[in-house]
Design a protein around this ligand. Structure first.
Ligand SMILES: NC(=O)c1ccc[n+]([C@@H]2O[C@H](COP(=O)([O-])OP(=O)(O)OC[C@H]3O[C@@H](n4cnc5c(N)ncnc54)[C@H](OP(=O)(O)O)[C@@H]3O)[C@@H](O)[C@H]2O)c1
Length: 269
């Protein structure tokens, strides 16, 4: 049974994960680490234990999240190898393969995940892949922990770069869309708060219609677009501005960058 969880590298994603875990009704003991421990005051006030000591945190934990940047993974694995041997370890690092983890600490059972920053509000989409030693019981534990962060799905590892480029980076793309809509509202005379709120809620509402199966994307467009009406004027401008192509290019570029970074990373090891 998992009672104590260490989060190694409590930055943006690790901090969000620690927050989700400590707020969970399952009452986990959560230990978060980073070197600049003074930045963990908010987590500490929520009940998370904070320390700079990765080894002690991993030693005390039944399960370890590793949330450092890809470039820091090798050093952290070397540091805590002995403490994670035989344990379930969940990494959030982009680009790093399960094969690499297996070679680094052959006795640990690794889950590779790709969450996103919406974990802060329990709305992440987290894809995950497991190494061969991860048991059915481990998967049950993993799902229970990922539940605290939002939605999740096990995927073949070959999809991880594409997931990184799509939903890992996705909140940034959508934030740009919301910001652009907010500025558009200003341009047509809306007060700033009203403009921001109505833009973000329009995105949330459209997403809910799709996720809850009420309307698919085409049906939403059809439902809003009347012949000779206002929406078609806006859609014409979006098509003219190649919004779709820009979003597709963004995901392709981010996905390809994963392979590029991995190539440089492998050759720097
Ligand atoms: N940000 C996202 O939206 C996102 C989404 C999906 C996946 N990811 C993945 O999640 C990982 C973390 O990303 P992030 O954006 O959260 O980065 P981040 O904010 O920089 O967090 C990483 C943290 O690791 C800490 N750290 C570095 N070396 C350490 C060490 N030796 N021991 C303990 N802590 C250490 C750093 O704090 P100190 O310098 O104070 O030690 C930093 O706060 C990355 O591998 C990334 O690929 C990120």
């Amino acid at each position: 049974m998992v009672e104590t969880i260490a989060v190694i590298g409590a930055g943006v994603i690790g901090g969000a994960i620690a927050r989700c875990l400590i707020k969970s009704p399952d009452s986990y003991r959560v230990i978060a680490t980073r070197r600049r421990i003074d930045r963990l005051g908010e987590l500490e006030s929520l009940g998370v234990e904070v320390t700079r000591d990765n080894v002690e945190a991993a030693k005390q934990a039944d399960l370890v999240f590793i949330c450092v940047k890809p470039g820091d993974i090798t050093g952290v694995l070397k540091e805590i190898a002995h403490e994670i041997d035989g344990k379930l370890v969940i990494s959030t690092a982009a680009i790093i393969s399960l094969d690499f983890y297996d070679t680094a600490v052959s006795g640990a059972r690794f889950v590779r995940t790709m969450p996103n920053v919406a974990a802060f509000v329990g709305e992440s989409f987290t894809a995950y892949s497991c190494n061969g030693r991860v048991t059915d019981e481990d998967k049950t534990v993993t799902k229970r922990l990922l539940d605290t962060m939002g939605q999740h799905q096990e995927v073949e590892e070959k999809y991880m770069d594409a997931i990184t480029g799509l939903s890992g980076s996705g909140p940034a793309y959508v934030a740009i869309v919301i910001e652009a809509l907010m500025y558009a509202g200003l341009k047509v005379g809306l007060p700033r708060e009203l403009s921001l709120h109505s833009s973000a809620q329009a995105v949330l509402g459209a997403a809910k219609l799709i996720l809850e199966g009420e309307l698919n994307a085409s049906q939403i467009k059809d439902a809003v677009t009347t012949p000779g009406g206002t929406t078609i004027e806006g859609i014409y401008q979006l098509e003219d501005g190649k919004l779709r192509t820009a979003l597709m290019n963004a995901v392709v570029a981010a996905t390809e960058k994963c392979a590029n970074i991995r190539y440089n990373w492998n050759n720097g090891q």
